[in-house]
Ligand binder design. Structure first.
Ligand code: ZN
Ligand code: ZN
Ligand code: ZN
Ligand code: ZN
Ligand code: ZN
Ligand code: ZN
Length: 138
């Protein structure tokens, strides 16, 4: 390709600034809108998940009476540990029934796979160089 006269649009270089990325060679990541983070699929973005220890109930069978609420097998006395309820607060979640999501550590967000957390990806049109072929020269 040879031009007798320099092309008005590209000064004879054959290249113009990429329209897609404005010459940056990078465009905002479609998946995370440039945040670099996406919603955690494990917890749906809530940051917490059902406590695996108590199944989300917040309580467990009392370890002292095994859930019967009685002091002993054939006793009418209430269990002194759970006061007859047969249940005790789950120590894992403190009785809330929920724990921090183990995947996102409670943030509700995880690094975007598509851009490795940068928020930008290489421009498809110019392959990251920021320039595209001048259409008037071709
Ligand atoms: Zn040109
Ligand atoms: Zn629990
Ligand atoms: Zn008990
Ligand atoms: Zn999560
Ligand atoms: Zn991204
Ligand atoms: Zn580009």
């Amino acid at each position: 390709m040879y031009n007798d006269e320099n092309c008005h649009y590209c000064d004879g270089t054959g290249k113009v600034k990429c329209h897609e990325c404005g010459g940056d060679g990078q465009v905002e990541c479609f998946w995370c809108d440039g945040d670099g983070e996406v919603r955690c699929t494990d917890c749906g973005g809530s940051g917490s998940e059902s406590c695996p220890s108590c199944g989300g109930r917040g309580t467990k069978n009392c370890g002292s009476c095994g859930g019967s609420g009685k002091d002993s097998y054939d006793s009418d006395e209430d269990c002194s540990w759970c006061h007859g309820s047969g249940e005790e607060d789950c120590s894992e979640c403190g009785g809330s029934g929920e724990v921090d999501c183990s995947y996102c550590y409670g943030s509700g967000k995880v690094e975007c796979d598509d851009c490795d957390g940068r928020g930008y990806v290489e421009c498809d049109k110019c392959r990251g160089c920021g320039e595209e072929d001048c259409r008037y020269c071709h």
